[in-house]
Design a protein. Structure first.
Length: 240
């Protein structure tokens, strides 16, 4: 009960801090499910919905899915695909759309532990089929995660993480976007993770979503086959 109270307190404080800023923050909401077939293969799906203001002026949603292959304990390969829809600003899913996009992307995630801290590097190439034509994009994210609290039932309930991601293209001006996230994760059980975070996004050249501050709220759910029910993942930085 104390852990739940602490989580709700931090959630409320983060919300008030965002509302106190001169610029109205947006909302960034994530629902993710991951099915672990065995120790190396997994299938996942995710949906996101975002608003420019605090749960108002919804302008973006995406749904995507893919497969993961744990090629090494410190290396994971991912192939993902999805639909990404960006609407005009000034209302809730206001037409016309700014961008209607299908995206295919391979990815590799490398991890390394330094004491209790887990360091992750993620490299992703995106093949983007947009309403404005085909585009390439390259993304690099580096982050760190630290579990907190006592180990109970093979896991620690709290985790803090920080990550910074850069977006590049193969056309001028090449650098497109920077995305910085600080988050707190709470695990009420082995299979469920609740996330709250503050995300700042800077766009050098706006072509789909605008850059600003967001309150991130995520729900992540892990599903394990009965034969692998004892298998549990190490601390990892949640995607966004």
């Amino acid at each position: 009960m104390k852990k739940i109270t602490l989580y709700l307190f931090i959630t409320g404080m983060a919300t008030q801090a965002l509302q106190a800023q001169n610029t109205k923050p947006g909302s960034w909401n994530i629902l993710n499910a991951n099915y672990n077939v065995n120790d190396v293969w997994s299938i996942w799906g995710e949906g996101q919905i975002r608003s420019i203001n605090f749960y108002n002026n919804f302008h973006y949603y995406e749904y995507k899915g893919g497969i993961n292959y744990q090629v090494h304990k410190n290396a994971k390969l991912t192939l993902g695909a999805g639909s990404y829809q960006t609407y005009k600003e000034g209302g809730n899913f206001l037409l016309p759309k700014n961008n209607d996009e299908f995206r295919l992307w391979p990815q590799i995630t490398l991890s390394q532990s330094i004491g209790k801290i887990k360091i992750e590097q993620r490299f992703r190439q995106e093949f983007r089929y947009t309403s404005n034509g085909y585009r390439n994009r390259f993304r690099y994210r580096m982050g760190a995660a630290l579990p907190l609290g006592r180990v109970r039932n093979e896991y620690q309930a709290f985790q803090v993480s920080v990550s910074n991601e850069f977006f590049f293209t193969d056309k001028e001006p090449y650098f497109e976007r920077n995305r910085f996230l600080v988050a707190l994760n709470y695990k009420p059980s082995k299979v469920t993770t609740l996330q709250i975070g503050l995300l700042h996004q800077f766009d050098y050249k706006i072509n789909d979503e605008i850059g600003r501050d967001f309150l991130v709220i995520g729900l992540y759910y892990e599903i394990f086959r009965k034969a692998n029910s004892s298998h549990f993942k190490e601390t990892e930085i949640k995607d966004n």
